[in-house]
Write a protein that binds this ligand. Sequence first.
Ligand code: ZN
Length: 113
Amino acid sequence: MNSKSINGKTVSIGGQAFKIIVKDKLDQDNWGQTIPGESRILLKGTLDEFPFIETFWHELIHCIFYNIGRRKEARDEGFCDTLGRAIWCLFKDNPWLFDLTKGKATRAKKNRS
Ligand SMILES: [Zn+2]
């Protein structure tokens, strides 16, 4: 993934559209920053692919927990690191999960009443 390719995209989290902004340098030499009040996710675009994606997932976890009102978890950097990496690896190692969430998995549809 080219980090610049997601610059300007939005990601919807619980109905809130967060704009992704990729910059070469962030304040305090951060790799990422979430500004929930301004619906923005900032990412450092000069990172290598692995830390860039890991940072993106970390910021997504911040957004999710801000969105559901769990401020304590949203501010916990270690928690966001761990959960972000776990979910990223879950989807990376099981790409069929994306299809399932899009409703393309036939078995999931058949089992619904
Ligand atoms: Zn963080």
